[in-house]
Design a protein around this ligand. Structure first.
Ligand SMILES: Cc1cc2nc3c(=O)[nH]c(=O)nc-3n(C[C@H](O)[C@H](O)[C@H](O)COP(=O)(O)O)c2cc1C
Length: 188
């Protein structure tokens, strides 16, 4: 049992928000462990357990920052201020967890496995949200670059990186207007 869920589920689900600007306050390792444990409780068809999570060290994060700058500056030259913003984005969050999916030759299983990985990431997010910690799931160009697989020593033949999960504290953005229930739910 996860002993550290401190809010009710409704408050955690409704209060969870992606944050984009993190401060450098550290998240206790116990909360990260509990969140990974929560992720591991997600459902998966045929018990494939396709999710993998990697906690990224400070050294590797600096390598990722360099790769981010290389990718972005290959398109247009970056000002010192843009580099500073990228540095903060990459180094400020307390943790970076890379999430990957074990690949499968069967495309239907692979599709269902991506769904299962998404459930796992949401469990992770809700576990953290229930402790006042936010995440941002990002799927920018870097997660598809060959070099990220090299930096992280992940075999792209057997695993696909499906997201960078930035974890920490920061200001939540403005409210998002969501579709009305009558638009997404119908009796037929
Ligand atoms: C699969 C997935 C990929 C995402 N990729 C990015 C991303 O690359 N960059 C980003 O800023 N946000 C990304 N997000 C976060 C969404 O933009 C965010 O969830 C959305 O704005 C709704 O905000 P909320 O999470 O606060 O409800 C991603 C979310 C999901 C579920």
């Amino acid at each position: 049992m996860n002993q550290n869920l401190t809010m009710d589920t409704k408050t955690a689900i409704f209060g969870r928000r992606t944050i984009h600007a993190f401060n450098s306050k550290k998240v206790p390792e116990k909360l990260i462990f509990d969140a990974i444990n929560a992720a591991n409780q997600a459902p998966c068809h045929k018990l494939t357990f396709p999710w993998r999570f990697y906690s990224i060290s400070a050294t590797k994060r600096n390598e990722i920052l360099k790769l981010t700058i290389d990718i972005k500056s290959s398109r247009k030259s970056l000002s010192e201020n843009s580099k500073k913003i990228l540095r903060e984005k990459c180094l400020n969050p307390s943790h970076l967890i890379v999430s990957s999916q074990i690949l499968n030759k069967d495309k239907l299983i692979e599709k269902e496995d991506y769904a299962a990985c998404s459930c796992a990431i949401q469990n992770l997010a809700i576990s953290l949200a229930s402790n006042g910690v936010s995440i941002k799931w990002s799927t920018g160009e870097i997660i598809r670059s060959k070099n990220i697989y090299k930096i992280l020593n992940i075999d792209s033949e057997s695993e696909e990186i499906i997201g960078f999960i930035w974890i920490g504290y920061g200001k939540k953005g403005p409210e998002i207007s969501r579709p009305l229930i009558k638009e997404i739910y119908k009796q037929i």
